[in-house]
Design a protein around this ligand. Sequence first.
Ligand code: DAH
Length: 359
Amino acid sequence: MSAQELDSLKAELLEAIARASDLSALEEVRVGALGKKGRVSALMQRLGSMPPEERRDFGQAVNTVKTAVAEALEARHTDLSRAATVAKLAHERADVTLPVREGPLSEGRIHPVSQVTDEITEIFADMGFRIAEGPDIETDFNNFTALNIPPEHPARQDHDTFYFAEGADGTRPVLRTHTSPVQIRAMLADRPPLRIIAPGRVYRCDSDQTHTPMFHQVEGLVIDEETHLGHLKWVLEEFCKASFEVPEVKMRFRASHFPFTEPSMEVDIGYAKVGDEIRIGEGDKWLEILGCGMVHPNVLKAVDLDPKKYQGFAFGMGIDRIAMLKYGMPDLRAFFSGDLRWLKHYASRRSPSPRSPRG
Ligand code: DAH
């Protein structure tokens, strides 16, 4: 093949490349020229059978054509791809106003207990309380002794405790019977001022319509130098108004006894029953919702705090009871039976929305 013929082959291929109007047409040109059986490749194959003196010049000339064709192919490929994208964008549209297709995740529900726990902790967080935690398996010391319930104290009987086998130190770990041991942990971990809220699971060997062996409590503790009963009443009143979403709530503080507080009180809220519905903040009926009091000096001493310098209040309430009240649910056991129909009915779909900050 003469140099002239090579030139015209090159010109022909470059023109075909320029004329290719889309990517598939361009691919055809590429295969016809540079593919295994393409025209340029065929010329390269001829080199082998040429006398050595011709081979060098011819090889170089064919290579020049090959390079020019490859470069032209690449440039055209870039142009055509860009044009293809532009065309695609021009006629494909996403309608962002269409409704979102619901997947299996949307079937998930938030259990009423989780929902109420979140609501309660958020209300206290708004008042400056931080969340504290403790383990479900507690030491006898944290669950009882440090809370002014020494061994043989009759209050231990009231708790229907699940005990574990005796450990090396001769004491028996327990499934915590209340969230009060978190008070001890919080006071051992940090010095006052302390303002904590501790929600969690608690266990007692008890089961009927209003008792399950596992249930939920939330504990509150405030320790400072001048914290007094007035603060306790204000905090609980603010909490009840926010939790039951009423502007005013009637509360009654009844003298009571807990080993870890002195004085101790049980708190009732006023309600009315209209048909099956319970209306908080109306009427003249009373419902007990929590226990509270000023932290007993012996509890402060147990965690090495000087009762002459520090004082504070504590409170504890049953979350499940509050949930039963808020949702009007009669049987506590349904909470933990995992019945899907019950969950669909009572559990909320929304993830807990952040409350607006209260003024
Ligand atoms: N721990 C008590 C119980 O489970 C509830 C309680 C009462 C907690 C008074 C407190 C409190 O912090 O001050 O019955």
